[in-house]
Design a protein around this ligand. Sequence first.
Ligand code: NAG
Length: 279
Amino acid sequence: MKSSMFEFLILFLFASQSLSVYAGNFNKDVQIHWGDGRGKIHDSAGSLLSLSLDKSSGSGFQSNQEFLYAKAEVQMKLVPGNSAGTVTTFYLKSPGTTWDEIDFEFLGNISGHPYTLHTNVYSKGNGNKEQQFHLWFDPTADFHTYCITWNPQRIIFTVDGIPIREFLNSENIGVPFLTSQPMRLYASLWEAEHWATRGGLEKTDWSKAPFIASYRNYNVEGCAYANGKSSCPSNKPWYTQALDVKGRNRVRWAQGKYMVYNYCTDKKRFPQGPPRECT
Ligand SMILES: *[C@@H]1O[C@H](CO)[C@@H](O)[C@H](O)[C@H]1NC(C)=O
């Protein structure tokens, strides 16, 4: 009882910190590049954007700028009710067949059952680095802050300011890291019944369509990339950000209590032993 009160206080402190984020402007910063009107910006300040999905199409937006390293943050409120088969995303990706990618993907579920937060990292077209979590709150009841910090040393995934995963640059032991391909930010709402519901176990309930997810307080600080050159703002804390003892304890807390899948411990998939970066 005591410890859950303590946890609650910690979460509260973090949640209140994340309220002070500077908000970008969807009108200036992104294009709704997919969905034929299903994606909408709701105000002239460009602070609120919604994506929708129906039987004929999903929708999505992408950042105007490309970045080579960035801290990308947004608040999301996910599809409520029966969201089985829907996937809501916020991710970074480079083009081409040997692309780099850093993913937050939220797999919907039937009413009353938890979403799965799927994270993955691709380098040079190779993913296979999935970690999945349940959340300690209902992500459909309100907006929560999701952030990807990508710097030359590491990738940190945070939820409401709490780091849940750190992926280190392990080039020194021969694991490719994301160091050379500029990426754009993307967000989308799409249907993936087969993938998202363990082989189509749950059917998407199209009678509940259109499904809607909302985004606000979009904010990217990054090294903008244009004409073969990257310009980095100097002295940005995120560029050298690492996890301190507190941060590592929070990762341990999130992974201990809420992680539901970790590729590093999947012996069936990696009978020869876990991938190098796991140890
Ligand atoms: C849906 O909820 C069940 C628990 O009730 C969980 O086992 C399953 O992984 C969830 N599915 C998704 C796609 O999150």
